[in-house]
Design a protein around this ligand. Structure first.
Ligand SMILES: Nc1ncnc2c1ncn2[C@@H]1O[C@H](COP(=O)(O)OP(=O)(O)OP(=O)(O)O)[C@@H](O)[C@H]1O
Ligand SMILES: [Mg+2]
Length: 377
């Protein structure tokens, strides 16, 4: 029930597009990095709101889901996405002489949307990208959803370095469009790996928090649901708002919870009872979407997490007093490298991230108090 509700975020896509397309960054760093926990609507926003607006504003747009692996890795995803641009830009009629790479690609079955990935290299894909920029003379916005996954790809680094080079107009023919990149990620830390270190392909860019849905969404959803429910089964917008916060702003989880309550024994009124008497049940739902939970965490990882929660921004994992405190509950003081390894495991699961060297923080600060109770239980 109620699968088709979608709240359009026109105002946000407009602000993002205007900023992004009009920007000419120094050092040719035309990229936007957006991060948020899972399930808050990044992919939906990009596909339903941002891409149509970018196209309307005159850019070519290519979207790759790097998590899906459907087309045989990053190279394949890029080829399929660029194929879409070739079709919509009508470049299929270009002759060999004008665009040799496009022609080579098309003769390799590209037009049928099933490019032969095995027979092309990362260099070829980058050349195709260049040809498109030069022949359409329009900006191309390349969207890499779950961009961090490209780092696990055999060609990942070569592709990223090549894209960075193509952002510089000096590498392209006169009048060519600009390459702009939008990257999203569900793990801030992994996305940061693309921008923070000196050797990182997009060093100098910074990762922004993806704007989450808020009050307007809650109001629109409540109204739409109430229109379907009987007069005696109406939702209260304040209750829905509280539930949405407890659920970490996950729209689909909220819809699921609201419909479940409305159909339950107590009806919509039961929602107030849940948010006042059992808010942790909603926090747990949010946590389950975002993490694989506590299963498999080692005793050391749990203890390190506890101390991190206690110390907050003052957490200093390798200080002697911290190691001693971690050791107190474990019977033995761990070495700094062991604590480092435990923290790496917590980062890998998306529970913790590293805002800077030697600094660690909870991925979702709203979860702090609740997580503490969960660990203590
Ligand atoms: N504006 C919206 N209105 C209604 N539902 C939405 C909206 N945005 C997202 N959703 C729903 O929320 C769910 C999660 O959205 P989406 O997959 O876009 O999130 P995500 O941040 O990309 O998550 P992940 O990190 O897991 O890829 C989907 O079921 C989607 O339909
Ligand atoms: Mg997504």
């Amino acid at each position: 029930m109620f699968k088709n509700f979608y709240f359009k975020r026109n105002f946000q896509s407009e602000a993002l597009c205007t900023d992004f397309l009009s920007k000419d960054e120094p050092h040719d760093l035309n990229c936007l990095f957006l991060s948020s926990p899972k399930g808050v609507g990044k992919t939906s926003f990009i596909i339903n709101d941002l891409m149509p607006k970018l196209r309307q504003d005159g850019a070519n747009v290519a979207y790759c889901d790097l998590w899906s692996q459907e087309s045989g890795g990053a190279r394949g995803e890029l080829l399929v996405a660029l194929n879409g641009v070739l079709v919509s830009a009508g470049l299929h009629s270009l002759s060999n002489q004008h665009a040799p790479l496009i022609a080579a690609y098309l003769s390799n079955g590209g037009e049928k949307q099933k490019p032969n990935v095995a027979s092309v290299t990362a260099g070829f894909v980058l050349g195709l990208l260049r040809d498109i920029l030069e022949y359409t003379k329009r900006d191309l916005v390349l969207i890499l959803d779950e961009a961090q996954d490209i780092l696990d790809d055999a060609d990942g680094m070569a592709l990223l370095i090549g894209m960075r080079a193509l952002m510089s107009p000096a590498t392209l023919a006169d009048g060519a469009g600009r390459l702009r990149l939008i990257c999203t990620g569900s793990y801030r830390d992994k996305l940061n790996a693309l921008v923070l270190q000196k050797e990182a392909p997009f060093f100098g860019a910074h990762v922004q928090e993806f704007p989450r849905l808020g009050r307007e969404f809650v109001e629109a959803l409540t109204e739409a649901l109430n229109a379907r429910f009987s007069d005696s089964n109406q939702l209260d917008v304040e209750d829905v708002d509280t539930a949405f916060s407890l659920l970490g702003n996950q729209p689909a989880t909220l819809i699921h919870v609201l419909v479940d309550h409305a159909l339950g024994a107590q009806g919509s009124a039961g929602l107030r009872q849940t948010i006042t008497q059992n808010p942790d049940s909603l926090r747990l739902l949010a946590w389950q979407t975002q993490n694989s939970g506590f299963e498999g965490l080692t005793a050391l990882q749990r203890r390190v997490l506890e101390v991190l929660l206690e110390d907050g921004s003052g957490f200093s994992p390798f200080a002697a007093r911290t190691l001693a405190r971690i050791g107190e509950a474990m019977g033995e003081k761990p070495s700094a490298p062991k604590v480092q390894k435990a923290l790496d495991g917590l980062r890998e699961r998306g529970i913790v991230w590293r805002p800077g060297r030697g600094r660690y923080a909870l991925q979702d600060q709203d979860m702090r108090e609740w997580l503490g109770r969960l660990l203590a239980a």
